[in-house]
Ligand binder design. Structure first.
Ligand SMILES: [Zn+2]
Length: 180
């Protein structure tokens, strides 16, 4: 059975926990065999060295940056990452914590402006056990939500046309970004 059909069937049956459905799907796409990357093969360390469009970077700060999740749970799914390859929020400096918070605010504002979303899920999964795909590099999720999205967004996330769509979404969110 194909993955899309499986997800659609799962989503239609019973009343699954929404948090679980939001954070669990596709988290292992980045990482196979539970091998966590070190800084030499970490996509979040590599991204800032590329162009914004190539790396799906929406905004760059001094200690942290924002990029679109390559495997989004919903349209406009952003990740706020420190440039430093640190795993835990406890390792972040006061400056990084402040900038991750500020970039989260700006990302929300840009998504509201560009995507007209109705709400957000924000959060960090700390450790593989908590659902982090790349547990080795701290990242905060910003997931836009729409009133009607709950039943079909796992299907959207599996759509193969996503790379094209991601470029368009990046352009729209970056254009709506208000720099501090
Ligand atoms: Zn890294």
């Amino acid at each position: 059975m194909d993955g899309i059909e499986t997800l659609a069937t799962t989503a239609a049956v019973g009343s699954p926990d929404e948090t679980q459905r939001l954070w669990v799907p596709h988290r292992m796409v980045y990482v196979s065999d539970h091998q966590q990357p070190d800084h030499t093969d970490c996509p979040f360390c590599e991204a800032p060295s590329k162009g914004d469009a190539d790396a799906l970077i929406v905004a760059r700060g001094k200690t942290a940056f924002v990029l679109l999740n390559l495997f989004p749970y919903n349209s406009g799914h952003m990740l706020v990452c420190p440039y430093r390859h640190i795993a835990s929020y406890e390792e972040a400096t006061a400056e990084e914590i402040a900038e991750i918070g500020a970039l989260t605010q700006h990302g929300m504002a840009a998504a509201r402006e560009a995507l007209h979303c109705d709400g957000f899920n924000l959060g960090m999964n700390q450790g593989e056990v908590a659902g982090a795909g790349i547990a080795a590099h701290l990242h905060q999720h910003i997931v836009p939500r729409w009133t009607s999205d709950a039943n079909f967004f796992p299907i959207i996330a599996k759509t193969k046309a996503m790379p094209q769509l991601l470029g368009d979404v990046r352009d729209a969110v970056a254009a709506a970004w208000t720099h501090p």
